[in-house]
Design a protein around this ligand. Structure first.
Ligand code: UT7
Length: 348
């Protein structure tokens, strides 16, 4: 069995900064509420026509590939995680393959939302462990700004999310220092509708006949109807407090699972990179695990919640700032729609 390591990491965030004050002009919200409840001060929004989820992923990937000391031609496989793909299909992976003029390698898209990057990393890790591939490009990227409800109706969701991308090259490890030690993936579909974007979809209210926003009259015989758009049913739905309550339980749990699987304790963690969903959630986890401030890196204040991109962007930034060094024990953890949650423990 081979081992894998992160050989290169990159991030890309659009240049357009959107502050809480900017959002105040669009909806009934305020800087104080957003900062107090989430920690977010500002986020980035992609250029409407010049940047897409795939192009941002490509920019992050170029940096990761260069830092790995290889070329796009050396990549054997692509795993792309996003909930905001350029097209409903095909996935973004093939757009990266085309943009980087790669060989005709496999491209897999992952749809695990906020947990997407760790799920993607885990898939890539298994391919390297078995010896099938040597260099895998793993990307998390989101262009949320294209699909949010910027009226007061959508304020509990729209103020949280931001755009951006992160990427790593996962490579067969030839040293005894750097490696992915283990990944731990979980799901529980009982809460599938608690954080979801129902449309476009083929559900026809099959799963939740009692959804407040849905009735027979709004159902078309297509997966997207004019009525759905007129009723703003094409935006994400989130029961924030319900997600919050599960996240603060499941993330510490899955971190402990990773530590125990490798005979470590919380005090062995050099750096915890959590999904950047809400600063209060991360502070709760930090408190539960009794981790010092220098063992946790957060950047939700600047970027908001970038879903599948949040962990690789934070990991990249922490490394760029010299907060992660070779051999450090790094723990990644995520929680999101599904619900799905996961962790990864690695030696940097
Ligand atoms: O990344 C995927 C995983 N997602 C998460 O982990 C998100 C987890 N949940 C959360 O982060 C929090 O639940 C939120 C930040 C989404 C919301 O914070 P909260 O403290 O749970 O607030 P709430 O939803 O209970 O709403 C409290 C009040 C409500 O008003 P009333 O009913 O008390 O009058 C909301 O209508 O805050 C109101 N509100 C807002 N006010 C100003 C909701 N959104 C806003 C807003 N600005 N943007």
């Amino acid at each position: 069995m081979y081992k894998s390591k992160i050989a290169g990491i990159g991030k890309y965030v659009p240049s357009q900064v959107v502050t809480n004050k900017d959002l105040e002009k669009l909806m009934d919200t305020n800087d104080e509420w957003i900062q107090e409840r989430t920690g977010i001060k500002e986020r980035r929004y992609a250029h409407r026509t010049q940047e897409t989820t795939a192009t941002m992923g490509v920019e992050a990937a170029k940096i990761a590939i260069e830092r790995a000391g290889i070329t796009a031609q050396d990549i054997d496989f692509i795993v792309f995680a996003t909930l905001s793909p350029d097209y409903y299909f095909p996935g973004c992976g093939v757009l990266v393959q085309r943009a980087l003029e790669m060989k005709e390698i496999g491209a897999l898209d992952i749809r695990n939302q906020c947990s997407g990057f760790v799920y993607a990393l885990s898939v890539a890790d298994q391919f390297i462990k078995t010896g099938m591939y040597q260099n895998i490009l793993v990307i998390g990227s989101e262009k949320h700004s294209f699909g949010l409800d910027f009226t007061t109706r959508g304020r509990n969701v729209s103020v949280i999310f931001g755009d951006g991308a992160g990427a790593v090259v996962l490579q067969r490890s030839n040293n005894n220092i750097s490696e992915i030690l283990s990944t731990h993936l979980h799901s529980n579909g009982n809460d599938a509708e608690t954080l979801a974007m129902y449309n476009p979809g083929t559900h026809a209210n099959y799963w939740k006949k009692d959804l407040a926003d849905f009735n027979e009259a709004t159902l078309g015989d297509m997966f997207m109807s004019h009525t759905m758009i007129d009723n703003a049913q094409n935006f994400p739905f989130m029961d924030g407090p319900a997600v919050f309550k599960k996240a603060v339980v499941k993330m510490p749990e899955v971190i402990m699972e990773a530590l125990q699987a490798n005979n470590y304790t919380t005090q062995d963690i050099d750096m915890l990179i959590s999904h950047q969903a809400n600063l209060r959630i991360i502070q709760f986890i930090q408190h539960t695990l009794k981790l010092n401030d220098d063992k946790v890196y957060n950047n939700i204040q600047q970027y908001g919640n970038t879903t599948a991109a949040s962990v690789p962007i934070a990991l990249c930034e922490a490394w760029e700032k010299g907060k992660i060094k070779e051999g450090d024990l790094v723990c990644l953890t995520v929680f999101g729609s599904g619900f799905t949650w996961a962790s990864a423990l690695l030696k940097w």
